[in-house]
Write a protein that binds this ligand. Structure first.
Ligand SMILES: [Zn+2]
Length: 110
C-alpha cells in the first residue's frame, strides 16, 4: 500500500516534469504560459509538500519545511518571466531579483 503511494508520487512528478517541458519550453503562446505558470508551480509544490507529509518527519520539522515552501513557491513564480518576443522562459535564482531581459533573445522583459 505504502509503496503504491510512492509510485503514484513518482508518476505525478514525472508527469509534472514532462508537462512543464511541453507547456513552457515549447510553443509561443506567451499569455497561456504566464497564466499556467503559477498554477503549475503551486501544483508541483503541493506534490512536494505531500511527499514531506508522507515521509512523516518530526512534527516541528514538517511544519518548518511546509512553512518554508510557501515563500519559496511565491519566489519561484516571481523569478520566472516569459518573453513576449520569443515565448521562452527566463529564470533567475529564486533568491535574486526577477530577470529584466530575455536570456534567449536579449529583449527587455515586462
Ligand atoms: Zn526572448
Amino acid at each position: 500500500m505504502q509503496q503504491d503511494l510512492l509510485i503514484i508520487f513518482v508518476a505525478v512528478w514525472l508527469g509534472l516534469s514532462v508537462g512543464s517541458f511541453m507547456l513552457f519550453q515549447r510553443g509561443s503562446d506567451v499569455e497561456r504560459k504566464r497564466k499556467l505558470w503559477p498554477i503549475y508551480t503551486i501544483c508541483s509544490n503541493v506534490v512536494i509538500g505531500a511527499v514531506i507529509v508522507y515521509m512523516q518527519p518530526p512534527l516541528m520539522m514538517m511544519l518548518g519545511l511546509l512553512a518554508f515552501m510557501v515563500p519559496l513557491t511565491w519566489l519561484t513564480i516571481r523569478s520566472t518571466k516569459f518573453c513576449s518576443a520569443c515565448g521562452n522562459p527566463s529564470r533567475s535564482p529564486f533568491f535574486m531579483k526577477p530577470p529584466t531581459k530575455c536570456s534567449h533573445c536579449q529583449k527587455p522583459l515586462d
